[in-house]
Design a protein around this ligand. Structure first.
Ligand code: PLP
Length: 452
């Protein structure tokens, strides 16, 4: 990189870590973003498969000898994204019957798929049990009874884990999910009852425990502490069950930086904390042979994606500069701050073809929707842009398109492209609402019938 970047510090460090810069500006996976935008149109989601592999390998290597990495497919359900991770050796965590189909069409064998989620339907359970899913995570007493009944009807023994909603200790995520009333999992206080309920069902095979206490955790010490509490709970569950556990799922929740001042999760700190956790496992005869896994979504997929839009208009209203682009919250709700965030803060946003031009930190970046919710940047540092220039939202590979109200205001769907070492693959054509899922269903008519 010859020219100094004028972008904000977080964006600059992400560019240095994950991207390259050429005379054409930002380069993703060996292709200039300007060329991607010209070739595939805007708005556009672009993902770097090489970076995705690199992240999977870094995490797997940090956790080596302790836990295996599954990918939580809801973070980005495009089967081409999941497929890269499956190629690398990941299992997949799903939360719907259709995600099971996507996982299978991504090349994942049924045994390497786990099913979580608080309101599973009978048809979904029939589908995944018939197809030989690895494990179903039970989240409540009605679900224990329902899955047992469906397995009995199908003449199968379903391998299950109990999802436990931990008490107040295992805490720390920005969006806390443990220690308070929750729709997810069974309260720690009811663990004995739940173990008894599963053991009373001959069609259920209790294999382990599933915990997921928080999301967007940036502090490795907090994560390690949650895992330690998770192993404590696993010991207690195994003692109640009176059998060795075969699986311990410690959940996802590994965070990535989105805003100025956010830390980067330190894998070296995680690695350094693992000997203590391994000793904890080894010390319990009922845990020592358990297969431990984590199931992140955001950490794996988030940094690999850009959401790219083109400026349609620039206007000044009462001294405030507004840059209006052709994409917005309908494709990227999270970046608009409307996906459950309490405080609306900007994602890292850059002008990928103007990385060395002076910026002012006063731009409001808005989309084309007729609602003030459609704001992607509030006091964003951007150069002096004109209609036709490009803007890119970084950290957009997870909870982007599939977590957005794509029908709102009836703008077409953006294309999604997957780039690796200079090669570009269209993994969703522009304008196509359901392409990956429909393709998955068409490729597997037998499953499509079972899902009805
Ligand atoms: C959403 C989800 C994940 C992934 O969460 P991230 O914060 O993206 O890592 C993992 N497990 C379950 C059960 C989930 O619902």
């Amino acid at each position: 990189m010859n020219t100094p970047l004028t972008v904000a510090p977080l964006a600059a460090s992400l560019i240095v870590e994950n991207f390259a810069v050429s005379p054409k500006g930002l380069v993703l996976g060996g292709v200039a973003v300007a060329d991607l935008a010209a070739r595939f149109g805007t708005p556009l989601y672009a993902y770097d498969a090489g970076l995705l592999r690199k992240r999977f390998r870094a995490l797997s290597s940090a956790l080596e000898g302790f836990a295996e990495v599954y990918y939580s497919i809801k973070a980005n359900p495009n089967p081409a994204i999941a497929g890269v991770l499956v190629e690398e050796g990941a299992g997949l965590e799903i939360a719907s019957g259709a995600e099971f189909l996507l996982a299978r069409s991504a090349g994942c064998v049924a045994k390497r798929i786990l099913f979580a989620g608080p309101g599973k339907g009978e048809a979904e359970i029939d589908l995944v049990l018939r197809e030989g899913i690895g494990e179903v995570h039970l989240e409540g007493f009605d679900e224990i009874a329902m899955v047992a009944a469906r397995a009995a009807t199908l003449g199968l023994k379903a391998r299950v884990s109990l999802r436990i909603n931990p008490g107040s200790q295992a805490q720390g995520g920005a969006m806390r999910m443990g220690g308070k009333p929750s729709a997810f999992g069974i309260d720690e206080e009811q663990m004995a009852e739940a173990v008894a309920a599963v053991k009373a069902q001959p069609s259920l095979d209790l294999a382990g425990i599933h915990l997921f206490a928080g999301t967007q955790i940036l502090d490795a010490a907090v994560l390690l502490d949650q895992w330690r509490c998770g192993l404590d709970l696993a010991s207690r569950l195994a003692a109640l069950a009176g059998v060795p556990l075969r699986s311990i799922d410690l959940g996802g929740g590994l965070g990535i930086p989105y805003h100025a001042g956010d830390a980067t999760l330190d894998l070296a700190v995680i690695r350094a904390g693992l000997p203590a956790l391994k000793a904890q496992l080894a010390a319990d005869p009922l845990l020592k042979d358990a297969h431990v896994l984590v199931e992140p979504g955001r950490w794996l997929a988030g940094p690999v994606g850009l959401y790219i839009g083109r400026v349609r208009a620039v206007k000044i209203s009462r001294c405030q500069r507004f840059v209006v682009i052709d994409g917005g919250m309908h494709h990227h709700l999270a970046a608009s701050g409307n996906l459950g965030q309490v405080i609306k803060r900007d994602y890292p946003i850059i002008a990928p073809s103007h990385l060395d031009q002076p910026v002012t930190g006063e731009t409001h970046l808005v989309g084309p929707l007729c609602t003030p919710l459609d704001t992607l940047g509030r006091q964003t540092a951007l150069p002096d842009l004109q209609a036709g220039d490009l803007v890119a939202v970084m950290q957009s590979g997870a909870y982007g398109l599939s977590a957005s109200p794509v029908s709102f205001l009836s703008h077409p769907m953006p294309a999604e492209v997957l780039v690796e070492a200079g090669e570009v693959r269209v993994i969703r054509p522009a304008g196509s609402y359901e392409a990956p899922l429909v393709n998955a269903l068409n490729a597997m008519p037998r499953w499509a019938q079972a899902a009805e």
